[in-house]
Design a protein around this ligand. Structure first.
Ligand SMILES: [Zn+2]
Length: 282
């Protein structure tokens, strides 16, 4: 799933590549990708994108002061720029055709097609944008914010930092990386975190996301890339491989559709996970 670093680099590349280009047409190749009916897609014809922003995991493309395209790529969505004559495959959900003969397409390979496109008069017309949490690279994200947000909340820290109405843009992969860097177990309850642990979590969040942006930017070389070719991470996706800090095998927890990767030694004081029915360790 594209997360803050992936989306931030997409935002930069889109700003380089699509701003100011006259739009010929826009259409939803998969009708249910479009979550709004008014304004109609025809409203984009003859306009151009003036600014590319991001709120959490949403990309916000400004057309006019009263017209925005808001996209959420969800699990498998990616954006591609391609010639308008390129065959429109079943994977294509949404297309913007520019007058110069190139398309911006939202594609989703595989069977999971959950990406969303909204055409709205203001970004906050999208409920999840209106309720978006604090941006973790903004000045508003401080250790004090975390202390206040977590007070009295009996919620595991991985779930807390991936809750989009609390903190924007962090998904399961970067959450695992952040918790590894912070040396915190993913299943710690946030209301038990000490001040020094909250400080570590805060610093790790910023460091890991900034490093993720740098790595993604270097990989993209000015093109639109997806999360698929992400550089090797410290723990995410590395079950059974040696921890790069202590050498012990990285453990994996599976719960519902989510996978969590962590080092039992570096993050959990070598303790195993209690509930083996729902938390599977290797
Ligand atoms: Zn370790």
């Amino acid at each position: 799933m594209p997360e803050l670093p992936d989306l931030e680099v997409m935002r930069e590349v889109l700003a380089e590549r699509v701003l100011g280009r006259p739009i010929l047409t826009a259409r939803a190749a998969r009708p249910d990708i479009l979550k709004t009916v008014s304004p109609p897609l025809d409203a984009l014809a003859g306009e151009s994108f003036r600014e590319i922003g991001r709120v959490g995991k949403h990309l916000v493309l400004t057309v006019r002061d009263d017209l925005y395209v808001v996209m959420h790529l969800m699990v498998a969505g990616r954006l591609v720029l391609t010639g308008a004559s390129t065959k429109v495959t079943k994977a294509t959900g949404f297309l913007v055709t520019f007058a110069d003969g190139e398309d911006l397409r939202l594609v989703e390979n595989g069977s999971i097609k959950r990406a969303k496109v909204h055409l709205v008069a203001k970004p906050s017309d999208v409920d999840r944008v209106a309720r978006a949490g604090v941006e973790p690279l903004s000045e508003a994200f401080t250790p004090e914010f975390l202390t206040q947000r977590f007070a009295g909340e009996r919620r595991q820290v991985k779930k807390a930092i991936t809750e989009p109405s609390w903190i924007g843009g962090i998904g399961t992969a970067y959450a695992d990386e952040i918790l590894f860097a912070a040396k915190l177990s993913p299943i710690r309850y946030v209301n038990t975190l000490k001040d020094e642990e909250i400080e570590r979590l805060w610093a790790a969040t910023r460091d890991v996301l900034r490093a993720g942006i740098e790595a993604t930017r270097a990989r993209s070389k000015g093109t639109l890339v997806s999360d698929e070719g992400r550089a090797a991470m410290q723990v995410y996706g590395r079950a059974g491989e040696p921890c790069r800090v202590c050498g012990k095998p990285i453990a994996e927890i599976r719960f519902a559709e989510t996978h969590t990767f962590y080092c039992t030694h570096c993050q959990a004081g070598d303790k195993s996970i209690a509930d083996r029915r729902s938390w599977l360790t290797r």
